[in-house]
Design a binder for this molecule. Structure first.
Ligand code: PLP
Length: 494
């Protein structure tokens, strides 16, 4: 069956997967969704005997139907290789009552690597398939994590260039150091005098700058986006749910068909949406537990049916979840409104105009698989400590939010279904908050603190951090917002 992609907001003509990956998002401001959700057609027993790449192919081939077997396997082989520091790719660790799915063994030690290590290959393949043959130029504004993961994914990939703008005074020193030491002639990193919103707004304007777009086309180049709404990022995320489930089968914890709950620390709703798709594809998932930090707009939505972004934005120890507009929720809204672009568009219009919308009772009734919860700063720190004191396992603050929500869910409901917690970042990425939660001295410089954490956790400092020790700074341009366009032209040789 050929799966095509259409917009959540209008009944435009469906396009192929490779076209949707290349375009990123439709012109009407919606998101691409599959016209049908395919069923897993490889048996669970068979999947349990495959390695990560095997499972990736068995799952992704169902959604990216216009890629040939050869094309898709080449993308998978290029992505999940020795860039990951373990051949398992995503190890599953048992601690206490839960399993932690470590999605942070890629080059930037956070889960965004799972998708951003394959996206560049899916995109260049898409460009070749669709006869554009143009060089792909990725422009990204970042508040820290996505920028480095995108740089790591695209650096050195033929047929692509990547340019990242970050707020010069708005990222952590480890994050800045990670970005400005990026190697690769096709990369450029620029600090801007302004905040993340300034960078983001200017990047959006550049994407639609007609004069620039035409000038690039004349030189054989086109923009594309590595944003988390790209289906080229969503699809690879479905894979690790199937992988985790089948690992629990392989070690005898469950039998094929038994339910497993997944607990997901959520920001933009991309990761948990992938779990929802996995369930709809037939993976026997019990509950999808959506965990928020103090920015609990999603918790309130699941509790009341009202999504309301009109509230104070809080900075927390889990910054990658500090979000008030969870973009990918739009896809869930589309599905529960009966795959109706018209109804979905009306909700999104209300969100844009008033900052809120309320779904119908009939729509709420379809959310029975979701459970939601949140953890505040004190609960998050207490969870890091509790998990460590239990058996010496150290988790990062994002993972701790999910772990805390799960602990209370299990106690309150008595649901003892085997449960997997998505572990979305290495504790080394947020070592200050982690060591503080563990009651340690945090006054040391970054890299010395990493050594202390290594001693405490009994795990080696990840290469992504130790490599920073003597990596030279290769990117030192800082510019004003008004000069970003000129910097883009300079980088592209226009
Ligand atoms: C991006 C991110 C999240 C949130 O994932 P979404 O797909 O946006 O919900 C959680 N934890 C970490 C460490 C992240 O980088």
């Amino acid at each position: 069956m050929d799966i095509m992609y259409r917009s959540t907001r209008s009944d435009s003509t469906p396009i192929t997967a490779s076209q949707a990956i290349l375009r990123g998002f439709p012109e009407d401001g919606g998101l691409y969704v599959p016209t049908a959700i395919p069923a897993l057609d490889t048996g669970l027993e068979e999947l349990a005997a495959m390695d990560y790449k095997g499972v990736a192919y068995a799952v992704m081939r169902l959604l990216l139907t216009d890629y040939t077997e050869e094309e898709l396997k080449a993308c998978i082989d290029s992505a999940y290789d020795s860039k990951f520091d373990t051949s398992e790719i995503v190890p599953l660790k048992k601690s206490g009552d839960a399993w932690y799915l470590e999605l942070f063994h890629g080059p930037t030690i956070a889960f965004k690597d799972m998708a951003l290590s394959i996206l560049p290959y899916l995109m260049t393949t898409a460009a070749a398939k669709n006869g554009s043959g143009k060089e792909i130029v990725i422009l990204t504004a970042t508040s820290g994590d996505t920028g480095k993961a995108a740089l790591a994914g695209f650096a050195g990939v033929k047929g692509t260039k990547i340019m990242v703008f970050y707020p010069k005074h708005g990222v952590s020193s480890i994050q800045e150091r990670q970005m400005v030491t990026t190697v690769g002639a096709n990369t450029r990193v620029i600090g801007i005098n302004g905040n993340f919103d300034d960078a983001q707004t200017s990047v959006k304007n550049l994407f639609t700058d007609q004069a620039l777009v035409e000038e690039m086309a004349a030189h054989g180049m086109q923009f594309s986006s590595a944003n988390s709404i790209n289906i080229g990022r969503l699809t690879p995320q479905i894979v690790y749910y199937v992988f985790a489930y089948t690992r629990l089968m392989a070690d005898g914890t469950i039998g094929a068909g038994d339910p497993v709950n997944f607990v997901v620390p959520t920001g933009n709703f991309g990761n948990i949406l992938a779990a929802y798709y996995a369930k709809r594809m037939g993976l026997p998932i019990g509950k999808l537990i959506c965990a928020s930090n103090s920015n609990k707009v999603l918790f309130d939505f699941f509790e009341t049916g009202e999504y309301d972004r009109n509230r104070e934005f809080m900075l927390t120890s889990s910054p990658s979840m500090d979000i008030l507009i969870s973009s990918n929720l739009e896809r869930l809204i589309y599905h529960i409104s009966g795959d109706s672009a018209e109804r979905c568009a009306a909700f999104m219009k209300a969100l844009k105009e008033t900052g809120k919308y309320t779904i119908t009772e009939e729509m709420r009734a379809q959310l029975g698989d979701f459970v939601s919860g949140y953890a505040d700063e004190a609960q998050t720190a207490a969870e890091i400590r509790a998990v460590f004191e239990n058996d010496g396992y150290v988790i990062d603050p994002h993972t701790a939010v999910a772990s805390s929500v799960y602990r209370r869910y299990r106690k309150e409901t008595g649901d003892v279904t085997p449960s997997v917690i998505d572990s979305t970042a290495s504790p080394f990425k947020f070592e200050g908050s982690v060591m503080k939660a563990l009651g340690k001295d945090t006054s040391l410089p970054d890299l010395e603190l990493a050594d202390k954490l290594s001693e405490t956790a009994g795990v080696p400092v990840p290469k992504a951090v130790s490599d920073l020790r003597d990596a030279p700074v290769l990117h030192d341009i800082v510019c004003d917002r008004e000069d970003m366009r000129q910097e883009v032209r300079r980088f592209l040789g226009l």
